[in-house]
Design a protein around this ligand. Structure first.
Ligand SMILES: Nc1ncnc2c1ncn2[C@@H]1O[C@H](COP(=O)(O)OP(=O)(O)OP(=O)(O)O)[C@@H](O)[C@H]1O
Length: 296
């Protein structure tokens, strides 16, 4: 397989007058986890739809496992699986029936489909509920089944569109473990998420999309250090955060920033200094959002 699992250059897409992607470039090495973050409506799902051949780009190129998403659609489809917002789980069937059905639809023999279903039920902690209808599953079980379904047939690249949205913290962590197992198997994972901690915990590379462009890309640590080595946080008397300011952390810089702040904030303000979080990264790179950018 190509060294790059995903390679995107100058991708543009607009719907009517609304420019959704305005020259997106990114590359994802094989066998890594890549997280795409961005505010609502930033174009994350549109990008996934282009990369999975569901939507055509207006300009630019995108390759999956070396195959162009426009000219080599069939090869791209054989290289990917897609799960998340558009999952096709049949609620009336049991978890095992769902897995076996997908196996058969993907060309496995009945015996192979049964074996594969058994392996996946075990791997995703669904053995105890294998014979229960999916409509009785919890949100976490359903997401795990969803992920298992996308693995019935081996595919080198998996797209997860907001895989843990709506899950409680515990179920989210269980799913993260499963995603990390995919990486151990050498699968490339491209995920979108609203949970910044998810990107922080899972991803080798994180990209932030805003205003139709990738505005930042790097490891979680690189992105955090780009916005400043430390954050000065001001709290009011009710312990509510009233301002967060990046600083390089040295005495001169902190002193200068605090001097500036003393003219605006009351002496009773509490001050703390902490490392930047992914929330700080997200806010730093997505403030001044203009999602409704349009061409005239
Ligand atoms: N088929 C379409 N026709 C017209 N507009 C569309 C279409 N698909 C998406 N859009 C618009 O493109 C913009 C980006 O949508 P998209 O779903 O890609 O964003 P997103 O980053 O995935 O958002 P969210 O985090 O809310 O899921 C939105 O304003 C949306 O309304």
């Amino acid at each position: 397989m190509n060294h790059l699992a995903i390679e995107v250059k100058g991708l543009r897409k607009q719907f009517g007058k609304q420019v959704v992607l305005n020259g997106v470039d990114l590359s994802v090495p094989s066998g890594t986890i890549f997280a795409l973050l961005g505010p609502n409506g930033a174009g994350k799902t549109t990008l996934i739809h282009i990369l999975t051949t569901l939507v055509s780009p207006d300009e630019g190129t995108a390759k999956i496992a070396g195959y162009d998403v426009v000219t080599k659609k069939a090869d791209v489809k054989r290289s990917i699986s897609l799960t998340g917002q558009f999952a096709a789980v049949d609620n009336e069937l049991t978890g095992e029936e769902n897995l076996r059905m997908i196996g058969r639809l993907s060309g496995l023999s009945a015996a192979m489909a049964r074996t594969r279903a058994g392996e996946l039920l075990q791997q995703f902690d669904l053995e105890a509920s294998a014979g229960k209808r999916v409509k009785t599953y919890s949100g976490g079980m359903r997401r795990r089944l969803d992920l298992a379904i996308s693995l019935v047939v081996d595919r080198p690249v998996i797209f997860l569109d907001e895989p843990t949205t709506g899950l409680d913290a515990m179920s989210r962590r269980v799913l993260w473990e499963k995603v990390l197992i995919l990486k151990q198997k050498g699968i490339t994972v491209f995920l979108t998420t609203q949970y910044l901690e998810e990107a922080d915990q899972l991803a080798d590379q994180i990209a932030v999309i805003n205003g139709g462009r990738i505005v930042a890309q790097g490891t979680a640590e690189e992105l955090k250090s780009r916005i400043g080595g430390e954050m000065i946080e001001l709290h009011n008397e009710n312990k509510e955060i009233i301002r967060t300011i990046p600083t390089n952390g040295n005495l001169a810089d902190i002193q200068q920033k605090l001097n500036e702040l003393t003219t605006t904030f009351p002496q009773s303000t509490y001050v703390s200094i902490r490392k930047p979080s992914m929330d700080d990264v997200f806010l730093a790179f997505t403030s001044n959002t203009n999602q409704e950018e349009s061409v005239s």
